[in-house]
Design a binder for this molecule. Structure first.
Ligand code: COA
Length: 147
C-alpha cells in the first residue's frame, strides 16, 4: 500500500487498537500496560495515512523462569480489515531490529493459540507448555533469539 508506513509511535496511540482488536471489554485504565511508559519500552505502529492500523509494544521483561535480560512483545494487533496484508510481519521485523540494535537479547511473548502460526512463520518457537489466560484462552510462550 502506497501511503502506509511502519514507525515508532507514542504509547497512547496504541490504545484504540488494543481495545478494538485485543481487549474489547477493557476500561481505558486497563488498556495501559505496566511498563508502557518505561524509558526502555517502545511502540511500533503501522500507519495508513494518519490512522494507526497496526500496533506492537516491546519492553524489557525477563522470560518466565529464565534469569536473564530479555525483550517482551505485548499488544500485537492488526486491524481486522488490514489483516493478511503483511503489516504484522513488517512490525515484527521493525520491532526485532529496533530491540536488537539496543541489546542482543531473546525476544518473547505470550502468544494466543490463534497466532501460533503467525509467530512460527516469523521464526519464533514455542517453549514450555500451554496455559490459559482468563477470558482470552490458550497461550504459549514463544521466543526468537537474536541473529
Ligand atoms: C496475528 C496478527 C497480529 C497477524 O497480523 P497480520 O498483519 O494479519 O499478519 P501478516 O499479514 O503480516 O502475516 C504474516 C504471515 O503470517 C501469516 N499469518 C498471519 N496470521 C496468521 C495466523 N493467525 N496463523 C497462521 N499464519 C498467519 C500470513 O499468512 C503471512 O504469511 P506469508 O507471509 O507467508 O503470506 C493479526 O491477525 C491480529 O491482529 N490478530 C488478532 C489479534 C491477535 O491474535 N494478536 C496476537 C496476540 S498474541
Amino acid at each position: 500500500m502506497d501511503n502506509c508506513r511502519v514507525e515508532l509511535i507514542p504509547a497512547e496511540r496504541t490504545r484504540p487498537l488494543r481495545k478494538r482488536v485485543l481487549r474489547p471489554s477493557f476500561s481505558e485504565a486497563q488498556l495501559v500496560f505496566p511498563g508502557d511508559e518505561q524509558e526502555s519500552t517502545f511502540h511500533v505502529g503501522t500507519l495508513v495515512g494518519d490512522e494507526v492500523v497496526g500496533i506492537m509494544t516491546v519492553m524489557r521483561d525477563p522470560q518466565p523462569g529464565i534469569d536473564a535480560p530479555a525483550w517482551r512483545i505485548r499488544g500485537m494487533a492488526t486491524a481486522p480489515e488490514h489483516q493478511g496484508s503483511g503489516f504484522g510481519r513488517a512490525m515484527i521485523q521493525r520491532g526485532c531490529d529496533e530491540a536488537w540494535s539496543r541489546s542482543s537479547d531473546a525476544i518473547w511473548c505470550n502468544a494466543r493459540e490463534v497466532a501460533f502460526g503467525f509467530y512460527e512463520k516469523l521464526g519464533f518457537v514455542k517453549v514450555g507448555g500451554l496455559f490459559e489466560i482468563d477470558d482470552i484462552g490458550v497461550h504459549s510462550v514463544m521466543v526468537i533469539q537474536p541473529h
